[in-house]
Design a protein around this ligand. Structure first.
Ligand code: CP
Ligand code: NVA
Length: 336
């Protein structure tokens, strides 16, 4: 039988001690809309808390930090990991989560987002929303009086990247100065990874076709953050240039949720992205032992091949598992 849970080897403080630190206490009541809203210290503290909660769970130690609290989760797009991580996370923290498919609540019949935010705020202690436009998440946060968490938009996927930083810290012991390559479509994952890498002082090179690059405003902001915190973020078009010397190679689907569009356009995009497939030939250019990363779901044989996704340096299922621990850290810190 396969091992069911990854183990953290990094030495971490106890979660109770971390919860009482000023930096974690300062996150109470905060929204989690984009990584750029946080300082490097706050992100580090959330990574520490995630690892501490992971250790507590593996010891079978209860940690009912959110007893009696509820989380509403509105999804306008499908989800496996995000939904399960938040729902199981709330249960393990002693609280309760409600899955609200956007098609089955009054939002679908035209009830406004501000009204939905105000109604939910009277009954629950936090809201997760997965939707299309980032502005919608921000509008929700403006009208809600409880913390709002971005469960993915077309622009950002911050909770995924927090879990990815947890994974990298587990594998490397530190983040600063480490080199990450992202190869494929410039999308929500690219954007949040650029912010995460910049804040952590990492070196990140993104390679995409010219037509599918990251949002220029997000790239510029990530570069500013990198300059401030001693990291580096670059965008190139040659996948080999990005991967050369990288200690981790990240990819994501070529066609994101909601962008399926007209068949011909999608086929043309796939053709442009074909040279960006993460396969052994590309991975061989990375540093020896380079980690293979993917937020999943993977489109095996498109953005990455099976041998790479299932290879000895793949950490894709550790990333998936760490969603649970990272989301519990966000919930424990922000919903207290
Ligand atoms: N990576 C991720 O967010 O997965 P889901 O779409 O399954 O939530
Ligand atoms: N870029 C992908 C991420 C899925 C978790 C999408 O938005 O569909």
């Amino acid at each position: 039988m396969e091992e069911q849970q990854s183990h953290t080897t990094v030495s971490v403080k106890h979660w109770q001690e971390l919860l009482n630190t000023e930096i974690i206490r300062g996150l109470a009541g905060r929204d989690f809309l984009s990584l750029r809203d946080f300082t490097p210290g706050q992100i580090e503290a959330l990574i520490d808390l995630a690892l501490a909660l992971k250790q507590a769970r593996s010891r079978g130690e209860p940690h009912p930090i959110l007893g009696g609290r509820s989380l509403a989760m509105i999804f306008r797009k499908p989800s496996t990991r995000t939904r399960v991580a938040f729902e199981v996370g709330m249960t393990e923290l002693g609280g309760h989560a409600l899955y609200l498919s956007a098609n089955e609540i009054q939002l679908h019949r035209g009830e406004s987002l501000p009204d939905t935010a105000r109604v939910l705020s009277r009954m629950v202690h936090g809201i997760v929303i997965r939707t299309f436009r980032q502005e919608e998440v921000e509008e929700m946060a403006r009208y809600a009086s409880v913390p709002v968490i971005n469960g993915l938009t077309d622009l950002f996927h911050p909770t995924q990247v927090l879990a990815d930083l947890v994974t990298l810290r587990e594998k490397w012991g530190s983040l600063r100065g480490h080199r990450l390559a992202y190869v494929g479509d410039g999308n929500n994952m690219t954007h949040s990874l650029m912010f995460g890498a910049a804040l952590m002082g990492m070196e990140m090179v993104v390679a995409t076709p010219a037509e599918h690059g990251p949002d220029p405003a997000v790239l510029a902001e990530a570069r500013q953050l990198a300059a401030r915190y001693g990291g580096r973020v670059e965008w190139v078009q040659d996948p080999r240039e990005a991967v050369k010397g990288a200690e981790a190679v990240y990819t994501d689907t070529w066609v994101s949720m909601g962008q399926e569009g007209a068949g011909e356009e999608v086929e043309a995009k796939r053709a442009r992205l074909r040279p960006y497939q993460v396969n052994t030939a590309l991975l061989d250019l990375a540093a020896p032992g380079a980690l293979v990363m993917h937020c999943l779901p993977a489109h095996r044989g498109e953005e990455a091949t099976d041998d790479v996704l299932d290879g000895p340096t793949s950490v894709i299922f550790d990333q998936a598992e760490n969603r649970l621990h990272a989301h519990k850290a966000i919930l424990a810190a922000c919903l207290r």
